[in-house]
Design a binder for this molecule. Structure first.
Ligand code: PLP
Length: 406
């Protein structure tokens, strides 16, 4: 079959592939615990359902403007004012089918072939592939100290004549790390000095723990006008409202850029699905207690996962400050994260995501968005599989397993 060079260079999303694997094994009756997931368990907020069904009840579900319905843009403008203290105009806003599409049309709008986009390691699995899809070159920056946040100097060293943009994602998928204000301030300054676009992927910024408040990148910007700034803030309803299936995200940026992104989106997909846009209006304008409830549940889940991991000799886990991911270092047991992840699925039916997919070998991404039972049993199974001091028998769904490896 003849496929383009581009198609041949793009990998399948490993996290979506793992979801399918877990679903297939569950269908076969296997007692799978999915610690690889990327979506909260809570239900769609009622205000989103009411708003969405109000449209469906009219039976009048039609195309929308390519950059989103005015009601959604208005809700995003209000959200931006409340959470970022910036007054955006409708022309500064584009609503897309998920944050993923907002980032994708952004990349298409700014990149010429071989131009580079910089982002810290570990990174969301999709950044490198999305940058390649837009004809660009991904440039991950790994902290020399082996941690989850490089220094501003390390980011600056990666800037070259072909650099066009930087992407920061904090709290971070997969590490759960919240970048320090000093780091964000330094990167904002670097981008302004070098005239680079800076995307703040704030997908998880309301799922932040320990009473911290999310970092507002605009605080560090010297550019007071949205229309001259190269800062682009991306967000979505997917995680904070647990509305992954609705596929609504957005970007706020300068109007020239947003116009270019809208033109691209209008040719690619047209506007996002109208019922989903109305659901997002309901979520954004409705009561916000579902976000707080989700955050508190996740914080408790994080604490349970951390205490379980702390009793696990050899595993190094840094406490996540937000998101619903933890990114422990398992290299004391196995450095090849793909091999380790496969072994845990084969032997004890626990789904994890190999750190290699996020640019950091030796780690596994473990999600704590499931139930407490899944978290505790999942970690206990992993411990049983890896810890040579554990008893060599384990009961899995009524089946006795005997550890015959190590
Ligand atoms: N950005 C990050 C860092 C993510 O982890 C995800 C989803 O996992 C997205 C963006 C995509 O969000 P959406 O589902 O709204 O496309």
């Amino acid at each position: 079959m003849s496929l383009s060079q581009m198609a041949r260079s793009i990998c399948e999303s490993p996290t979506l592939r793992l979801n399918e694997t877990a679903a297939l094994l569950r269908e076969k009756g296997e007692p799978v615990i999915h610690l690889g997931g990327g979506e909260p368990k809570s239900k769609t907020p009622i205000d989103a359902i009411v708003s969405c069904t109000a449209l469906l009840n009219t039976g009048d579900v039609k195309y929308t403007p390519a950059d989103g319905i005015p009601a959604l843009k208005k809700a995003i403008i209000r959200y931006t004012e409340e959470h970022y203290g910036r007054l955006a105009a409708p022309e500064n806003v584009i609503a897309s089918s998920g944050a993923k599409q907002s980032i994708m049309v952004f990349l298409h709008a700014i990149l010429d072939p071989h131009e580079e986009v910089i982002f810290p390691t570990p990174y969301w699995v999709s950044y490198p592939e999305m940058i390649k899809l837009a004809g660009g070159v991904p440039v991950p920056v790994t902290a020399r100290d082996g941690g989850f946040q490089p220094t501003v100097e390390e980011m600056a060293e990666a800037v070259g004549p072909y650099t066009k943009a930087v992407i920061l994602n904090s709290p971070n998928n997969p590490s759960g790390a919240v970048y320090s204000d000093e780091f964000v301030a330094g990167v904002v300054e670097l981008c302004e000095k070098r005239s680079l676009y800076l995307v703040m992927d704030d997908t998880y910024n309301r799922l932040i723990f320990d009473g911290r408040t999310p970092t507002n990148c605009y605080h560090f910007s010297h550019d007071q006008s949205l229309d001259t700034s190269k800062l682009v803030v991306v967000n979505c309803v997917s995680k904070m409202y647990a509305m992954t299936g609705f596929r609504i995200g957005w970007a706020v940026g300068n109007r020239e850029l947003i116009r270019a992104m809208t033109n691209i989106q209008s040719q690619e997909t047209s506007g996002p699905a109208a019922p989903s846009q109305w659901a997002a209006v309901g979520a954004l304008n409705g009561v916000q207690s579902p976000v707080d409830a989700l955050r508190l549940t996740l914080e408790n889940n994080r604490n349970v996962m951390m205490s379980r991991l702390e009793s696990f000799a050899g595993v190094k886990a840094v406490k996540p400050g937000g998101t619903f991911y933890c990114f422990p270092d398992f290299s004391a047991y196995e450095r090849d994260s793909q091999k380790l992840s496969r072994m845990l699925l084969d032997k004890v039916r626990v789904v994890t995501v190999p750190g290699k997919e996020f640019g950091m070998e030796g780690h596994l991404r473990l999600s704590f968005c499931g139930t407490l039972k899944e978290i505790t049993e999942g970690i206990d199974r992993i411990k049983w599989a890896l810890d040579p001091d554990a008893p060599n028998e384990l009961y899995l769904g009524g089946r006795k397993l005997v550890r015959d490896w190590q």
